[in-house]
Write a protein that binds this ligand. Structure first.
Ligand SMILES: *Cc1c(COP(=O)(O)O)cnc(C)c1O
Length: 361
C-alpha cells in the first residue's frame, strides 16, 4: 500500500495514527465485540469517547469555563443560518466579506434578519487580502461581528483578532481551527466543520460563550436552537458517533505532537517553505495574495498559463502529490496544508515545484 500526499481542501488528509487507531479497533472496539459505530450513543463506551473529545478540545484550545462546546450536524453551512437565528435577537449584525464562505454566511444572515457589510475586500472580481482593523466599519450596536478567519478558497487569513469592543466576535474557523494556540475568551462564538483540521465530515464544532445562549428565541425549532445542544450535552438526538470518535483520534495525535504550540511550529515551517519557493521562483509562480494576508493553511498560487496549471496538477499527481487544483471559482493551484500534513510532505511539493519550473519555465 502506498499512501499519497493529500493536499485536498476538505475533506482533507488525516494524521496516519488517527486512521491506524480506527483501523485497529474497527471490528472490535476495546474488546466489546462491535465497532464504535454500532454502540449506542447513550452507552458508556460512546460516552467515554464523547467526554474525552470534549476534554481534549478544552485542553488543546484552552477553552475557559465561560464557554461551552456544542457538536452540531449540517456543516459550517448550517451555522451560516444558526448563528443569525440564535444571536440576532432583533438587531443587525456586521459581516466582513472576504471570500465565498463569508459571502455565504452574509446571505443567510440577510434571509434571517438584518445584516450589513463591515468590510469587503473584493477587487477586480477576486479577494487577495483581508481587511485591516482600521478598515472595519463597525456598528457599536451590532448583535455580533462575523468574520472568516481563513478564506479557504482565496488563500487569505487574518493574522490578528479583530477588536470589536462589546460586540461579540463570531468566527468561522472551519479551515484553521487549532492551527496554533488561540485565545478563545475573545470570542462570542466559534464554529468549524471538522473535515479540514480536526476530523472528518459529519460534525461541526461550535464553541459558544454561555451568556449568549440567552439570546436563542424559544420559538425556534428544537434542533436549530443552541440551547437544545447546550442543555443536552449535544445528545438530544442521535449524534454522528463515528465523526466524534475520529475527532478524538485526531486530537490525541495533536496532543502527542505538542498540542496547539506544536501545530503552530509545524504549520509555520510548512507555510514558510512553500511561500519561499513561490517568491524565489517569481518569474514562474505568482502568489496573488498580499503578503500580510497569506494563509498558513491554504496557500494559493498561479502559473504563467492555465495549460501549465493543468500540467502541474497532472504531473504532480504522477508523483503522488494529489489534490492541488484550485477551487473552481478561483482557478490556479491551491496546496491545502492543514495540521495533518508534515513538513516533509511540503518539502516534497517544493522539490517538485522547483523541478517543474525548471522544466517548463
Ligand atoms: C469548507 C468551509 C465551509 C463549508 O463547510 P461545510 O461543512 O461543507 O458546510 C465554510 N466555511 C469555511 C471557511 C470553509 O473552509
Amino acid at each position: 500500500m502506498t499512501r499519497v500526499i493529500n493536499f485536498n481542501p476538505g475533506p482533507a488528509a488525516l494524521p496516519l495514527p488517527a486512521l491506524e487507531a480506527a483501523r485497529d479497533e474497527l471490528l472490535d472496539y476495546q474488546g466489546t465485540g462491535m465497532s464504535i459505530m454500532e454502540h449506542s450513543h447513550r452507552g458508556a463506551d460512546y460516552e467515554a469517547v464523547h467526554a474525552e473529545t470534549k476534554a481534549l478540545l478544552t485542553e488543546l484550545l484552552g477553552i475557559p469555563d465561560t464557554h461551552q462546546i456544542l457538536f452540531i450536524q449540517g456543516g459550517a453551512t448550517m451555522q451560516f443560518a444558526m448563528v443569525p437565528m440564535n444571536l440576532l435577537a432583533g438587531k443587525s449584525a456586521d459581516y466582513a466579506i472576504t471570500g465565498t464562505w463569508a459571502e455565504g454566511a452574509f446571505k443567510e444572515a440577510k434571509l434571517v434578519g438584518q445584516a450589513r457589510e463591515a468590510a469587503n475586500t473584493k477587487k477586480d472580481g477576486s479577494y487577495t487580502r483581508v481587511p485591516t482593523q482600521a478598515e472595519l466599519q463597525l456598528d457599536p450596536d451590532a448583535a455580533y461581528f462575523h468574520y472568516t478567519t481563513n478564506n479557504t478558497i482565496y488563500g487569505t487569513q487574518y493574522h490578528y483578532v479583530p477588536e470589536t469592543g462589546n460586540v461579540p466576535l463570531v468566527a468561522d474557523m472551519s479551515s484553521d481551527i487549532l492551527w496554533k494556540p488561540m485565545d478563545i475568551a475573545k470570542y462570542g462564538l466559534i464554529y468549524a466543520g471538522a473535515q479540514k483540521n480536526i476530523g472528518i465530515a459529519g460534525i461541526t464544532l461550535v464553541i459558544i460563550r454561555k451568556d449568549l445562549l440567552e439570546r436563542s428565541p424559544k420559538t425556534l425549532p428544537k434542533l436549530l436552537r443552541y440551547t437544545t445542544y447546550a442543555e443536552n450535552d449535544s445528545l438530544q438526538n442521535t449524534i454522528p458517533t463515528f465523526p466524534i470518535y475520529m475527532m478524538r483520534n485526531v486530537l490525541r495525535w495533536v496532543k502527542s505532537e505538542g498540542g496547539a504550540a506544536g501545530m503552530e511550529k509545524r504549520n509555520r515551517a510548512k507555510a514558510e517553505m512553500l511561500y519561499r519557493c513561490i517568491d524565489e521562483n517569481a518569474s514562474f509562480y505568482r502568489g496573488p495574495v498580499e503578503k500580510d494576508s497569506r494563509s498558513t493553511m491554504t496557500p494559493v498560487f498561479r502559473l504563467p498559463t492555465e495549460d501549465l496549471e493543468k500540467k502541474f496538477v497532472s504531473d504532480a499527481k504522477k508523483q503522488g502529490l494529489v489534490g492541488l487544483k484550485g477551487h473552481r471559482s478561483a482557478g490556479g493551484i491551491r496546496a491545502s496544508i492543514y495540521n495533518a500534513l508534515g513538513p516533509s510532505d511540503v518539502e516534497k511539493l517544493v522539490a517538485f515545484m522547483v523541478e517543474f519550473a525548471k522544466a517548463n519555465g
